[in-house]
Design a protein around this ligand. Structure first.
Ligand SMILES: Cc1ncc(COP(=O)(O)O)c(C=O)c1O
Length: 463
């Protein structure tokens, strides 16, 4: 697609840009006002030169249920849903009450958090894990999970899969790339030292050959990291592969680490482990369980988790910690607000049972199916794919778009049209989420917004 191609295309773009920037005027002004002082990656997300006048984040002011209102007073049906946090919609009363109650009590950090034990117990109950440690973000949880695996196995290497995301720490910020015709593993961005490459293997997800490579490196591997269903391609759900991987890592004494940041508590109360019938050694959670307050959870078998505190001992006898501890810390770990929110979320999930996720998964599949039928009828080169309530546009290459490519331009234009029609989503794609707060009316509004946007794009000569 060449956007300079025709006059009518240019005219169409001009009209869209004018309308959109007028509607979201304050978001644009605030972005520009603070650009020089606020260094923020999100501000240039989806940057596309011909569309740069519309490249700024919508600035949110308040939210409730499935809705968000921006600083210009525009109302949106939200599909970002806190990047996977808001399973129950925004600001649900049960969470608000729990947080208000905690605010009344204060935010005491230093003494043990009153609710930490209860939260750990509930997580153990829902996920089937033996012991639980609490941190502040998914990144921290994954860092800690790897360290526990290394401390327990005495090995250094980790294996991970192409297309997965495990947070923003150096050890996992690597990707496979073809250099001079040869596949190589390289850091994903400047500033990440190449020395980390010594300790990481990047394998193809779902490919049985990956299992052979794991066997080859069995003496060196501390852990295999898996995002059981990658949010970048939710249609890849390799159940048999996961079960084989479990069997193999068990035989070789390699820790299987499930990164359940997105799938945890969302696909099923027991996360992807319960969904696929696979018991990991360690699983890391965040997002949903914190109800919007930052949290990270490391849950796992005692043999790994004992490295946090030395293992179990009792009062009134001669018992003492039995294993050497590794390092695990953080000023804000077990933050009282995070504990209050997690306690409320976990109790709510327990009471609701798996029906909550089942119904939401079913509604999302129907929604995706409806849109795909429409795309097919319109002969549009777009499809949506979902895993439960996580969905995203399908790219046949499964690779990231280059920022100024034609396909990226098309997706960006569709995103702006949807934003303009009151559907909040990430410009250019990425995972979206439905919540239990989305009503049938919300869903049909989204479907209509997509149809109207496609029509307008077609009229503008872009599809
Ligand atoms: C699968 C996965 N792992 C880890 C992380 C990192 O979590 P956080 O952003 O809380 O550090 C994310 C965040 O989106 C994620 O999706």
């Amino acid at each position: 697609m060449n956007i300079e191609k025709t006059e009518s295309q240019q005219k169409y773009l001009q009209i869209l840009i004018e309308r959109y920037t007028k509607r979201t005027k304050s978001s644009k002004e605030l972005t520009q006002l603070y650009r020089s002082v606020l260094a923020d990656r999100r501000v240039s997300e989806g940057f596309n030169l011909p569309l740069k006048e519309m490249c700024y984040p919508i600035v949110g002011r308040r939210s409730l249920g499935s809705r968000i209102w921006d600083v210009d007073g525009n109302e949106y049906v939200d599909l970002i849903m806190g990047l996977g946090i808001n399973l129950f919609g925004h600001n649900p009363p049960f969470l608000r009450e729990a947080l208000q109650e905690q605010l009344e009590k204060g935010i005491q950090i230093g003494p043990q958090a009153e609710l930490a034990g209860e939260v750990a117990e509930l997580i153990g109950e829902l996920t089937g894990m033996e012991r639980v440690a609490l941190s502040n973000t998914g990144t921290e949880a994954m860092m800690a999970a790897i360290r526990l695996a290394r401390a327990t196995t005495g090995r250094n290497k980790i294996a991970m899969f192409s297309g997965s995301y495990h947070g923003h720490f150096d050890a996992v910020l690597v990707k496979k790339q073809t250099v001079n015709g040869h596949p190589q593993v390289v850091p994903v961005a400047p500033g990440i030292p190449t020395s980390i490459l010594e300790d990481v293997l990047v394998l193809d997800y779902g490919n049985p050959h990956a299992l052979d490579i794991i066997k080859d490196y069995q003496q060196d591997l501390a852990a295999v990291l898996v995002e059981p269903v990658q949010s970048s391609r939710p249609n890849l759900q390799p159940k048999v592969f996961l079960q084989q991987l479990r069997q193999l890592t068990k035989e070789l004494g390699i820790a299987l680490i499930f990164d359940e940041m997105i799938t945890g508590f969302r696909i099923h109360p027991g996360g992807a482990q319960a969904w696929f019938g696979v018991e990991a050694d360690i699983a890391a959670y965040g997002k949903v369980v914190g109800g919007g307050i930052p949290i990270g959870i490391i849950a796992g078998k005692a043999i790994y988790m004992d490295r946090i505190d030395g293992g179990l001992w009792n009062y009134g006898d001669t018992s003492s910690p039995q294993v050497e501890k590794t390092m695990f810390a953080g000023t804000y770990c077990k933050h009282p607000l995070a504990m209050a929110a997690a306690n409320a979320v976990l109790k709510y999930l327990k009471v609701q049972g798996p029906a909550l996720q089942q119904q939401l998964n079913q509604r999302t599949s129907e929604f995706v199916q409806t849109l795909n039928t429409y795309f097919e009828a319109e002969k549009m080169p777009i499809r949506l794919v979902n895993f439960g309530s996580i969905f995203s546009p399908f790219s046949s290459s499964n690779s990231a778009h280059s920022e100024n490519s034609d396909s990226s331009m098309g997706m960006n234009l569709l995103s702006y049209h949807l934003l303009d029609r009151g559907v909040l989503l990430r410009v250019g794609g990425g995972a979206s989420f439905l919540s239990t707060a989305h009503t049938d009316e919300d869903i049909s509004n989204i479907i209509n917004a997509v149809k109207d946007s496609v029509k307008e794009l077609q009229e503008g000569g872009f599809l």
